[in-house]
Design a protein. Structure first.
Length: 137
């Protein structure tokens, strides 16, 4: 019994070291990857549940495409580009989940400005170009 557990421990250590060496310099996973994988899983389940043949095929292809895209992002060595994709996704995601603030674009420089909700009509000053504009929050 002791010999078998020792062998298993060595095998798992070698496997772990090999996986670490393979993933060195690769991007890995992030929030965008999790959303892509979950969407692919939902599309896969829908392809099994829908009996209409053309829609079934569309969801099947969509699920495989999304899962391949997630694997590509995880194994990518272009970490800067994957980081920028995730950062842009999180900016959009946080805008939808932020219920306490409104977001406006400056009419002059198009800088995004965050202001508190429920304050009525307020004068907003852009932090970048100092342009003043009035919006209702």
């Amino acid at each position: 019994m002791n010999g078998m557990s020792g062998w298993f421990r060595q095998f798992s250590a070698k496997l772990s070291a090999g996986l670490r060496a393979f993933m060195a310099g690769r991007y890995g996973t992030d929030r965008l990857n999790m959303v892509i994988l979950c969407t692919g899983l939902v599309a896969s389940i829908l392809s099994m549940l829908i009996q209409v043949q053309p829609m079934n095929l569309v969801f099947w292809a969509l699920s495989y495409g999304l899962m391949i895209w997630a694997i590509f992002r995880s194994l990518s060595r272009n970490t800067y580009k994957r980081y920028q994709e995730n950062r842009k996704f999180l900016q959009i995601y946080n805008r939808f989940t932020d219920r306490q603030h409104r977001y406006f674009d400056c009419p002059k420089c198009h800088q995004t400005v965050r202001v508190p909700r429920g304050k009525g009509k307020i004068s907003i000053t852009c932090p970048k170009c100092r342009e003043k504009f009035v919006k209702k929050t």
